[in-house]
Ligand binder design. Structure first.
Ligand SMILES: Cc1ncc(C[n+]2csc(CCOP(=O)(O)OP(=O)(O)O)c2C)c(N)n1
Ligand SMILES: [Mg+2]
Length: 624
């Protein structure tokens, strides 16, 4: 007999749109599963059905008033959309695919969430328990596949485990260092009736008794204690002392500040100390990028002045960061004149890439609250001379938008987008490539959780589905996808979801007809040898790097036709003079819209510190 503490009062509601089922609905595992999601605050799920997940889809229709089910057009799209929810709300995004290919289609986005510490519940349906291990139709061992790319993973083997597993999964996903949790649920576990009977009438409970559902069961996570990592006042004092004694300090501010919702505390502390702030790609938005105290982004494509400052700093205050190689370049040379204070919630990040003189394993928000509470005037460093030097670098090496005549270069397009939209505090999603880096450089974010980028895994195709999820979670808000032409094709099917689910995302497609970021590396490091980086027909001269290419007569594919085919509004623009009005037309459009912006492919993202290199190797000038 299963011990119960609360009785189940769940009554299937009538589906919002479909006619009521003709037979009375008995509750089964799938109904309980959906109720558990709702009790975790889930009001949106991105789910693509198939044989093994049908019971949960059926159950979702009965609860349509409480949970909106969005049908993405590919499971990867659904999983990135769920990330869009997690990255911009206090909810954990939820996605689902059926067994086999539906499940494996989730994998890239799960790995992506792990790298960026994004809480995510990924549900995969599984074949019947008695078939597991038999190479049954559409069977894949999802727990094994996802073991290294999830924070935790479950295969549910008893229907009565559903409430505990879901409670634990959400707890693990959102606490400590957040991350994705996989729940693999076999079809028979979904179909078992809560009266203790399987669909064939046999018993699934030990003694054939009904199961009284406890929706708040005890968790069983003996090895998981994120809550014990607390900061001690002595550590706070030590940090303040080191800051007070520094002459050339710098904040190295990362995604941990955003994940722990600590931007307010960070800004307060940063302003009190007056120390320059540089952010990682993941940290964008934790401090206003157009503020004088901001040195903007650091690392491979960060500002030259932030990288010069790191190189010269005598103290790096590293908050919620992981010393990623795209930030450090050659590790032995990175910030080698500086001491390091490193605060991170994950002990495995401490001393991983860089030894810290002060290391604190704790929630960044708690540490910042402690710092704000304990800081005294004597802890504020005297750094006027440091600022003079930093400002010299800033004046000498600003981010530049060169004069491009009537060509639209991406740096200009993004700056103009910023000018026309920043007052609406929009959510901006990006793909991966040059357009992503230019968006990071030229869209000067003022708030946290507005910038969505696949940063750690660098997954092309992230932007469109992420934007779709953000729009679903924030109806009425401006949601933008700045995308590349390569990335757009990776999840282009989600244009259908935008249209069919009334998600009015605005897509600024920076179309250079190339895999621009790879082209940039070809041009810099491979003697301009074009190796499968042209996105048009192979008999075009551009395929071998020969064409002039800035203004194609005919671009491929015809994105305007593609978007219109999916029912979006769309236009192409090639002239800089016409760009502001074309952009405004998109922003004013009632519904999803794609603006196909034809850009020259020769443009390079600068500055650039080549991978594994140092500040001495920084590239500041375009190729002749
Ligand atoms: C799924 C995936 N495949 C390959 C890559 C390698 N890659 C990184 S950027 C890039 C080019 C992206 O092209 P596009 O979307 O057109 O953006 P652009 O660089 O031209 O702005 C490629 C191929 C990747 N990051 N992700
Ligand atoms: Mg491109």
């Amino acid at each position: 007999m299963i011990v119960a503490t609360a009785t189940c009062t769940l009554t299937p509601a009538s589906p919002a749109t479909a006619p009521a089922p003709t037979t009375p609905q008995k509750l089964n595992g799938a109904d309980v599963f959906v109720e558990c999601l709702i009790r975790q605050g889930t009001d949106l799920i991105f789910a693509y059905p198939g044989g093994c997940s049908m019971p949960i889809h059926q159950a979702l229709t009965y609860r349509a008033a409480d949970i909106r089910t969005i049908l993405p057009r590919h499971e990867q799209g659904g999983a990135f959309a769920a990330q869009g929810v997690s990255r911009t709300t206090d909810k954990v995004g939820v996605c689902m695919g059926t067994s086999g290919p539906g499940a494996t289609n989730l994998v890239t986005a799960i790995a992506d969430a792990k790298m960026d510490s994004i809480p995510l519940i990924a549900i995969s349906a599984q074949v019947h328990t008695h078939l597991i291990g038999s190479d049954a139709f559409q069977e894949t061992p999802m727990v094994e596949i996802c073991r290294a790319i999830t924070k935790h993973h479950y295969l549910i083997t008893k229907t009565s485990d559903i409430p505990r597993v879901i409670k634990e999964a959400f707890h693990i996903a959102r606490t400590g260092r957040p991350g994705p949790v996989l729940i693999d649920i076999p079809k028979d576990i979904q179909m078992n009736w809560i009266d203790g009977k399987r669909v064939d009438g046999s018993s699934w409970t030990d003694d054939g008794q009904p199961w009284v559902v406890d929706y708040d069961p005890a968790m069983n996570l003996p090895g998981y204690h994120p809550e014990v990592r607390r900061v001690h006042p002595n550590q706070i004092r030590a940090i303040l002392k080191m800051i007070g004694e520094s002459k050339k300090p710098l904040f190295y501010a990362g995604g941990g500040i955003i994940q722990s919702d600590a931007s307010e505390e960070f800004q307060k502390f940063a302003r009190k100390t007056g120390i320059p702030v540089a952010t990682t790609l993941m940290g964008i938005g934790c401090f206003p990028a157009d503020d004088d105290q901001s040195l903007h982004m650091l690392g491979m494509h960060g500002t030259a002045y932030s990288n010069f400052a790191i190189d010269d700093a005598d103290l790096l205050i590293a908050l919620g960061v992981r010393f990623d190689d795209r930030v450090t370049g050659k590790l032995s040379e990175f910030a080698k004149h500086g001491k390091v204070i490193h605060v991170d919630v994950d002990p495995s990040e401490i001393h991983k890439n860089r030894i810290a003189q002060i290391a604190v394993v704790a929630n960044v928000k708690e540490v910042l609250q402690g710092l704000n509470a304990m800081i005294e005037d004597s802890d504020i460093p005297k750094i006027d001379a440091w600022w003079t030097k930093v400002n010299e670098w800033r004046d000498k090496y600003p981010l530049q938008v060169r004069d491009s005549g009537d060509f639209i270069i991406p740096q200009y397009a993004i700056s103009e987008l910023w000018r026309q939209t920043i007052d609406q505090d929009p959510f901006v999603n990006v793909g991966v490539g040059q357009h992503q880096m230019w968006a990071a450089q030229f869209y000067k974010f003022r708030n946290a959780r507005r910038w969505l980028s696949s940063s750690g895994l660098g997954t092309m195709g992230f932007g469109l589905p992420a934007a779709m999820g953000v729009q679903a979670a924030h109806p009425g808000r401006l949601v933008i996808d700045i995308d590349g032409d390569g990335c757009m094709l990776m999840n282009v099917q989600e244009l259908a979801t935008l249209k069919c689910e009334n998600l009015p995302v605005k897509i600024l497609l920076l179309n250079n007809q190339h895999l621009g970021m790879v082209v940039q590396w070809e041009d810099r490091f491979h003697a301009k040898n074009r190796a499968h980086t042209y996105l048009g027909p192979v008999d075009h001269p551009e395929a071998t790097g020969a064409g002039a290419g800035p203004h194609y007569e005919e671009t491929y594919p015809n994105f305007v036709q593609v978007a219109k085919g999916f029912g979006l509004g769309a236009a192409q623009v090639r002239s800089k003079q016409e760009f502001p009005a074309a952009l405004k037309a998109m922003l004013d459009y009632d519904g999803p819209y794609l603006l196909d912006v034809i850009c020259p492919y020769q443009e390079q993202v600068l500055p650039m510190i080549p991978g594994g290199k140092t500040i001495k190797d920084i590239i500041l000038d375009p190729l002749p």
